[in-house]
Design a protein around this ligand. Structure first.
Ligand SMILES: [Zn+2]
Ligand SMILES: [Zn+2]
Length: 227
């Protein structure tokens, strides 16, 4: 029988030995001190880390606030520290540290080197590099270099060369105008990142993508052909 626990970190339904070890592995991988949390440690702390009610919020200094019924603590995943008594007295990896590591692995909160950003196309929250400025796209609207895309305005096929973090109203073309300034881009967000692409028809045998003329588009003007 499978019993699904209604907790954010419970990707696996039961605290089975396999799940315990994977949680321990991910924790060990994301912290530097490896003296505890080994295979011989009692399982109940891992089980509590996975199932107890906790609210985790990333702070601006790459640490995390963990709110529980028993108190509110601050976890530094990189340093492997927590402000709770369990960690302070025993120096052990407490359930808060474990839970934060699990949530990061599950993609529920940003990793210490990430922060929460907003997709310029749909407004969905997305994790971006901590120091990244500019404008960003979620996984659904991201385009990978090399991807074949279709221009919504002309129907033409293009090959993505680069996704910048520069806004369409800041990115200057060779003509000295911003991408947002072109009438054909009026229907797309001026705050969207500019995607650089070359026309597929200009890529011929013996001619690399780097040799083709490159054009900048607001991200949502280019769409995957299947969309
Ligand atoms: Zn703790
Ligand atoms: Zn999006």
């Amino acid at each position: 029988m499978t019993h699904i626990r209604n907790t954010p970190a419970s990707a696996a339904p039961e605290p089975s030995p396999a799940r315990e070890s994977s949680a321990t592995v991910s924790l060990a991988a994301s912290t530097s001190s490896g003296e505890s949390g080994g295979p011989g440690e009692p399982d109940d702390r891992s089980a509590r880390a996975a199932t107890e009610e906790m609210t985790i919020r990333p702070l601006r200094d790459r640490r995390y606030v963990v709110e529980t019924d028993g108190g509110t603590y601050v976890v530094a995943l990189d340093a492997g520290t927590c402000t709770c008594p369990d960690h302070a007295i025993r120096g052990s990896r407490c359930k808060h540290l474990r839970r934060v590591a699990m949530e990061v692995t599950a993609g529920a909160v940003p990793a210490p080197d990430e922060r929460v950003g907003v997709c310029a196309v749909c407004g969905a929250e997305t994790f971006v590099p901590f120091d990244a400025g500019g404008t960003h796209l979620c996984d659904r609207h991201a385009l990978e270099p090399g991807a074949i895309v279709r221009d919504r305005e002309t129907g033409k096929r293009l090959v993505v060369v680069a996704v910048t973090t520069e806004r369409a109203d800041a990115y200057r073309t060779d003509e000295g105008r911003s991408v947002a300034d072109y009438p054909t881009n009026a229907d797309y967000g001026a705050h969207e990142p500019v995607v650089e692409a070359v026309y597929a028809e200009s890529v011929r045998p013996g001619r690399s993508v780097a040799d083709c003329d490159r054009y900048g588009f607001p991200a949502s003007r280019l769409t995957r052909p299947s969309d």
